[in-house]
Ligand binder design. Structure first.
Ligand code: CMP
Length: 140
């Protein structure tokens, strides 16, 4: 089915100037950018986005990292978009990511891992709504 998912190009990849290269991978793999914005997250915005990880040991570092510079946030639309985006990203830890994935090619560490992608359709809906009012998502 056609789905939407939320993608974030994290501060490390924005700083590396590879937004366009990452967008190309989405576009050449059947994912369409239907909403996008650049934002420098505040602490409360980063904490709110990652609220599900609040009790995890890496939460504080994750929030600090996500506040360290601007991020590019986009909604992607396409057939099986949630799984497709996760396949293009590769494993959370870039050392374990398959060759040719975004994280294998652009990420340095499990913290600075270049991209975020929703892990389920339910979370995709919540995460898209966190950043975009529905009238700012331009479905095809
Ligand atoms: P992301 O998909 O954005 O979701 C949560 C982030 O926490 C994850 O990518 C990683 O960048 C970061 N993180 C740091 N340590 C871990 C860990 N041990 N397991 C999962 N995520 C981690």
């Amino acid at each position: 089915a056609v789905e939407r998912t939320l993608s974030i190009i994290k501060p490390d990849a924005v700083a590396k100037n590879v937004i366009g290269k990452i967008y190309s991978r989405f576009e050449s793999n059947g994912l369409k950018i239907v909403a996008s914005r650049m934002i420098h997250l505040s602490r409360s915005e980063a904490e709110g986005f990652y609220a599900v990880h609040r009790e995890r040991p890496f939460f504080k570092d994750l929030v600090e990292f996500m506040m360290s510079g601007p991020v590019m946030v986009q909604a992607l639309e396409g057939e099986s978009a949630v799984a497709k985006n996760r396949e293009l990203m590769g494993a959370t830890d870039p050392k374990k990511a398959d060759k040719g994935t975004i994280r294998a090619d652009f990420a340095e560490s499990i913290d600075a891992n270049a991209v975020h992608g929703s892990d389920s359709l339910d979370n995709a809906k919540i995460e898209i709504a966190y950043f975009f009012p529905s009238m700012e998502v331009y479905s095809s």
